[in-house]
Write a protein that binds this ligand. Sequence first.
Ligand code: HEC
Ligand code: HEC
Ligand code: HEC
Ligand code: HEC
Ligand code: HEC
Length: 349
Amino acid sequence: MKRQISLLTLATTALFVLSFVMISSCTKTGPEGPSGKDGEDGLNADASCVKCHDFSDDLLTKVHQFANSAHGSGANVDRSAVGCAQCHTSQGFRLMVDSGQIAAVTSPAIINCRTCHKIHETYSPADYALRGSGAVAMVMGGPAAQYNYGTSNTCANCHQGRAVTPYPVAGGDPVQITNKRYGPHYGPQANMFIGKGAYEIAGPMPYSNSPHTQAVTNGCVTCHMDGAPVGLKAGGHQMSITYNGTSKLLTGCTVSGCHTDAAVVKSMFDANRAEIAALELQLETELKAMGLLDVEGYVAVPATLTQDQLGIILNLKLVHYDHSYGAHNYRYTKALLVNSLDALAKMGV
Ligand code: HEC
Ligand code: HEC
Ligand code: HEC
Ligand code: HEC
Ligand code: HEC
């Protein structure tokens, strides 16, 4: 960094000397011309760059946390075709949130500091502002589905279900499904958190949302980016909650004041997780037994499904790919599974 700045200084000095030589040589051959306009002030390294690139370890710490994260792994950056690049590449995301374009990206960059922050747009500390920071109108879940939870709006742009076609409509005709990967895609966490986008089939449990939907005003960030990260393993810009296999960083849970003891949260968390995992497995097993899913859990295609069958498959996939086993929205997750199982039982196998 210092080298970069001193190179800049060197270049400016060279330019200055050069113009001096030129001006002095001009005066020998003719009358002095009118003076030029004042140049723009150069960037003062002390005032801008150094606000972020200083001698502290703050920036480097975040760089390292991030490098050790799933985002930083770049595992799926090759998903750079149109329809994938907006969530899997840095350029694709910026195109979507900055100019509303969904496009393929050549030479894709992995998700990095510039993806979420406006790094080097003005070379001032204001560049830590977040991209895609407004309320997110969700792709899945109808016009009422909106995610608006502070700094985590950035996350919801990517961590939401994709367009599901055909979307199940209660009372509609049976439909042919030919794509075995039918469902909302891998990361519908924002849908689950707000309880929008599932097929709310009637059953014994009412559909309601976890108090998290009201109390956790910064959404994902409150729980996943806890300000006291566990080294490079969890929290902060690493963003994991689970580390060392089974340990959990749950201090994010106690900041709202609703939970006061992380150990109590852990026991609730374990109990809910076991319950939701069991219900999910039961639903999956029954759908397989009915021949609607194949042994690997894909939709057994080609299939002609009733709207309710399709909706139940959608519910299972949504719960599965949310990957939180109820942590994001326990009541809603449980209602989806319980009501789907109840409806399946009534269909008879
Ligand atoms: C808002 C904070 C911020 C400011 C202000 C800032 N930078 Fe950066 N800079 C960053 C971040 C974040 C990175 C990316 C770090 C990484 O990914 O490893 C970076 C990376 C760099 C790099 C490495 C190459 C690259 O582009 O990734 C250089 C060189 C650099 N900055 C120079 C500058 C200079 C010169 C200035 C002032 C004119 C400046 N920066 C101002 C935050 C800032
Ligand atoms: C709306 C944003 C979005 C779009 C569009 C999108 N993805 Fe993803 N994808 C994600 C997210 C978020 C994850 C990670 C979810 C998680 O780990 O919970 C992911 C994960 C994946 C994974 C990894 C699955 C795993 O378990 O390791 C693959 C493969 C993938 N996506 C392929 C694609 C392809 C191919 C396309 C285009 C046809 C695509 N994605 C479009 C957001 C998106
Ligand atoms: C996936 C999106 C994402 C990426 C990528 C990301 N950040 Fe952040 N960053 C955030 C969010 C969200 C916050 C706000 C957290 C909060 O509200 O507490 C944040 C906060 C920050 C802050 C505090 C800003 C302030 O105004 O106080 C710094 C500094 C920062 N990030 C640096 C980085 C650096 C350096 C990188 C690259 C290594 C990076 N971020 C990559 C999402 C991201
Ligand atoms: C540009 C799209 C994008 C944004 C923005 C984004 N993510 Fe991700 N996220 C992904 C993808 C894609 C993956 C899967 C890893 C991969 O393939 O790169 C992922 C993975 C993750 C994982 C790890 C999942 C696992 O299976 O280990 C967590 C946790 C996560 N993201 C949380 C967040 C949070 C919190 C935010 C907001 C601060 C955020 N993400 C913002 C696209 C995004
Ligand atoms: C109330 C706290 C809380 C909120 C809010 C929250 N999460 Fe989570 N999330 C969790 C917990 C707890 C888990 C389960 C722990 C685990 O599996 O590591 C989890 C699991 C995940 C996973 C799967 C992690 C893995 O390793 O498989 C992803 C991805 C994720 N959350 C992303 C998000 C995104 C994106 C948001 C915002 C839309 C969000 N979360 C909001 C607490 C939260």
